[in-house]
Design a protein around this ligand. Structure first.
Ligand code: UDP
Length: 421
């Protein structure tokens, strides 16, 4: 067995998903770590300890351990606050790696762990493969002054790109950004799209799903699943629904899954409170229900209960939730941004709409709600597309191939395209 030192400073696979800073990266680290075991690797996931007593590696799955690394105060820290403790995280990681090693390769996640990875690479003489999950230059472009990333972020990304042996991009658009915005060497980029657990996310008959969730079986319903970050722009969905109501159309209800607690406690949810205020101002408060965050094993019920999944972020580096919805046979309506333009086939598995465009969204919601035949066709296509191109098992196989390439030192060829078409 070869040993992987996976670094993910803020995204711990054991954290509850749907809350601030716990989303797609946590799922990626979890699924890839478990998946590569089949190809002869064991994985230690180094992540910042959030409890004061964390000391020993924790057995997490077959062949996978979580190694809590003390750095900064115990307890939750927003990811942008972790950078100030990154030297401590690195020093502790080196000591732990010397004690728990030897390892064969390092897999860095996000820019901060990329930096830790380059330090460990130098110290331990190991090859480094890096995946960013999101890029600072893009974030700054879309969020402007609201971007709370440390000012060093883009320079650090630049140096990680120069020092990593191979870089994994989740979609061709990300590979292009790495090349155009950071001058990355395309020959060292491998496109490996992230995926879905097809055994977990599968279609459930809508009536049964609604009954299991205690939802009315009658009436149309759309669903949003994800973190309640402003960039996810749930407000745009509210505005789309309000337009439909103003036009006198039959308007679907909206269920919102995600948040800090599993019972949608408004006290802890400024964004939820704000969105409810917007819904009330728009005259659609009666259509909107927040249910809080839900564990992954409940999500297939939610996706399957809906007539469509809707997510219209300003930008999205990749986006796992549209894939999960498609795996459950639910048509999607999503912003035509980032990874979503790669995963969603417009007109086939759902519709792509421009971000910040409630009129276009309203139009597509109405089309889907009014056309059962279109929904049925898209539902079928959606599941098929995910099965063909986006299973985590495929991601694990391709990631293991990147590891092999890294270990054999053959990483100066041309980048794979990874295009599903
Ligand atoms: N998620 C979850 N429960 C929730 C909300 C979200 O398990 O209540 C999961 C969701 O299923 C997905 C991940 O969190 O796997 C979100 O990943 P995505 O790539 O869509 O967005 P990110 O959070 O990375 O921006």
């Amino acid at each position: 067995m070869k040993r992987v030192l996976m670094i993910s400073e803020h995204a711990d696979p054991s954290a509850p998903l749907g809350a601030t800073d716990a989303g797609g990266q946590n799922v990626y680290v979890d699924q890839v770590s478990r998946g590569v075991v089949r190809y002869g690797y064991t994985v230690d996931i180094y992540t910042r300890a959030t409890t004061p007593d964390a000391a020993e590696p924790i057995a997490w799955a077959d062949g996978v351990r979580i190694v809590p690394v003390p750095a900064g105060p115990p307890g939750f820290l927003p990811k942008d606050a972790i950078w100030q403790y990154i030297t401590e995280f690195t020093t502790r990681s080196m000591a732990l790696a010397e004690r728990s090693g030897p390892y064969d390769l390092i897999h860095g996640n996000f820019w901060m762990s990329g930096w830790v990875g380059t330090e460990l690479k130098r110290h331990l003489g190991l090859p480094l493969v890096q995946i960013f999950h999101a890029l600072g230059v893009i974030k700054r472009e879309y969020q402007g002054d609201a971007d709370s990333s440390p000012p060093e972020r883009c320079d650090v990304e630049q140096s990680v790109i120069e020092n990593a042996d191979l870089i994994i991009a989740q979609c061709p658009a990300e590979a292009d950004d790495l090349v155009r915005r950071y001058g990355a060497d395309r020959g060292r980029i491998r496109v490996v799209p992230s995926g879905v657990d097809l055994m977990r996310f599968f279609p459930i008959p809508q009536d049964a799903a609604r009954a299991a969730l205690g939802l009315p079986t009658e009436g149309r319903m759309i669903i949003y699943v994800g973190r309640l970050q402003p960039r996810k722009d749930v407000e745009n969905i509210l505005r789309g629904l309000a337009l439909l109501r103003q036009a006198g159309c039959t308007v679907p209800r909206l269920l919102v899954v995600g948040g800090e607690t599993d019972d949608a406690s408004l006290d802890q949810e400024p964004e939820m409170r704000r969105l409810l205020g917007v819904a009330a101002d728009l005259g659609i408060r009666d259509l909107v229900t927040f249910v809080g965050r839900k564990p992954a094993d409940r999500l297939p019920l939610y996706y399957s209960a809906a007539d469509a999944f809707v997510s219209t972020p300003w930008y999205e580096p990749y986006g796992l939730t549209p894939l999960e919805a498609m795996a459950c046979g639910t048509p999607v309506i999503c912003s035509a941004v980032g990874g979503i333009t790669f995963t969603v086939a417009d007109g086939e598995t759902g519709f792509l709409v421009p971000p910040r465009h409630p009129e276009a969204l309203a139009d597509r919601i109405q089309t889907l709600m009014d056309n059962r035949d279109v929904r049925v066709r898209m539902a079928r296509n959606a599941r098929r597309r995910v099965e063909e191109h986006f299973a985590w098992t495929t991601v694990a196989e391709r990631t293991a191939a990147v590891y092999t390439e890294l270990l054999e030192g053959q990483h100066h060829g041309t980048g794979a395209s990874g295009t599903p078409g």
